[in-house]
Write a new protein. Sequence first.
Length: 177
Amino acid sequence: MVDDRTLLIVEDDPAFAPVLRRSFERRGYMVHACDGIDSLATLIETIEPDYAVVDLKVVGGSGLECVKLLRARDPEMRIVVLTGFASIATAVEAIKLGACHYLAKPANTDDIEAAFGKTEGDAEVPLTQRQTSLKNLEWERIHETLVETDFNISETARRLGMHRRTLARKLEKRRLT
C-alpha cells in the first residue's frame, strides 16, 4: 500500500461504486464506501480518511451536505465532488463548503487523483466564447432550486412556478446522478 492512503467514496450507484472502489484499491488506497448521508455519519465515526469522492445526489439528500460533514470532521481532507450533472450553482457551493475540486461524470480515476493533487486555481485556463443556451440556463436554475429544496420535486416545482409533472418530465429527460 502506498503511504497508507485512506479514501472514502460516497456513491449510491450500485454499479459505479464498486468499479470506482476497485480502481482506487489497485492504486494502493484503503477504500471505504457508503451510499448516503446517514451511512456517512456513522462511518466517519470509525475511520479518518485522507481523501473523499462524493457524488452530488446520494441516499438521504445532497452530496453537498456530505461535503459539509466531512469538512467539519477534518478540514485537511481532500474532497472531490463527482456528479453526472454539473451546474455552476452546485460547483460554487461545493467549493464554498470545502471541496477541493468538482468533476463531471464521466471522470476516471486519473482525473480524480489529479483533482486531489490540485492545491491552487489555474489562471491559465482558456476562456471560451460559447454562449450559454436557454436550455442550460433553465437546467441550472432547476438544479439550483432542487438543491435548495433538498431534492423535493413538489416544492421545486412550486418555487419555479411549474406543474410537478412538467418538472418530473424534464428531470426524466436529463437524469440527476
